[in-house]
Design a protein around this ligand. Structure first.
Ligand SMILES: Nc1ncnc2c1ncn2[C@@H]1O[C@H](COP(=O)(O)OP(=O)(O)OP(=O)(O)O)[C@@H](O)[C@H]1O
Ligand SMILES: [Mg+2]
Length: 203
């Protein structure tokens, strides 16, 4: 599955992923962590966060040298290759608008990873603050979305385009209580907090 998590600064995006998603993957996950928010987790902290061109090069290397060699493609298994004992099952891109901002082409290696993710049996999470910051392709192709409180006309308009009337509910979410909407594949949504999230939220 692919999941996009959006929300204002401090709304609880990182907390939710750390406490409710990553623990389901044992040791078989990796976080791309530009803000150094994942101390103690399996993570890669990119060097070139302040340089648009070099961060994209670094992202390409991260995908080619670290992610892909540690995944297992369905094609390989069909060809009779031995299953890997340990493989990556989840990659989290926090601060995803850094590597895939809106209104620019999505970097080719990232697009390729998204397109191949099902064959690679790899779940991917993209975390960003506002829907207007993140490349729309990632939202349009995500299976699930988690949206914490948003403010601002354009952010809410983007949410309304995703699902009519969700903007009113998103405006109404309580920031201090870390409330969010969980959108499913049909973009039906339910209001939750980390505490009320169902056992198996991404069927
Ligand atoms: N459900 C929750 N219950 C209790 N505390 C929470 C909850 N969610 C988040 N917090 C706390 O709120 C603070 C902000 O959360 P977090 O760092 O996850 O926000 P964020 O959305 O990732 O922010 P940023 O955009 O700045 O990265 C943290 O101190 C975190 O521990
Ligand atoms: Mg965070």
């Amino acid at each position: 599955m692919r999941l996009v998590v959006l929300g204002l600064q401090g709304s609880g995006k990182t907390y939710l992923v750390k406490t409710k998603v990553i623990p389901n993957y044992g040791d078989e996950y990796l976080v791309f962590d530009p803000n150094r928010e994942y101390t103690g987790f399996n993570r890669y902290t990119p060097k070139f966060t302040g340089d648009d061109r070099r961060i994209k090069e670094e992202l390409g290397l991260f995908i080619r040298k670290i992610i892909l060699p540690n995944t297992q493609s369905l094609e390989d298994l069909e060809k009779g290759k031995k299953p890997k004992k340990k493989r990556l099952k989840l990659v989290v891109f926090d601060e995803a608008d850094l590597i895939a901002p809106s209104k620019t082409n999505i970097p080719a290696p990232l697009r390729d990873l998204v397109v191949r993710s099902r064959h690679l049996q790899l779940d991917i999470i993209f975390i960003s603050r506002r829907p207007t910051d993140l490349n729309a392709y990632l939202m349009d192709t995500s299976d699930y979305m988690i949206v914490f409180k948003q403010v601002g006309y354009n952010a809410l308009k983007t949410m309304r385009a995703l699902k009519i009337d969700s903007d009113a509910e998103i405006k109404d979410l309580v920031y201090e209580q870390h409330e969010f909407l969980l959108f499913d594949r049909e973009r039906s949504y339910q209001r939750h907090t980390a505490e009320t999230l169902p056992e198996n939220p991404f069927p």
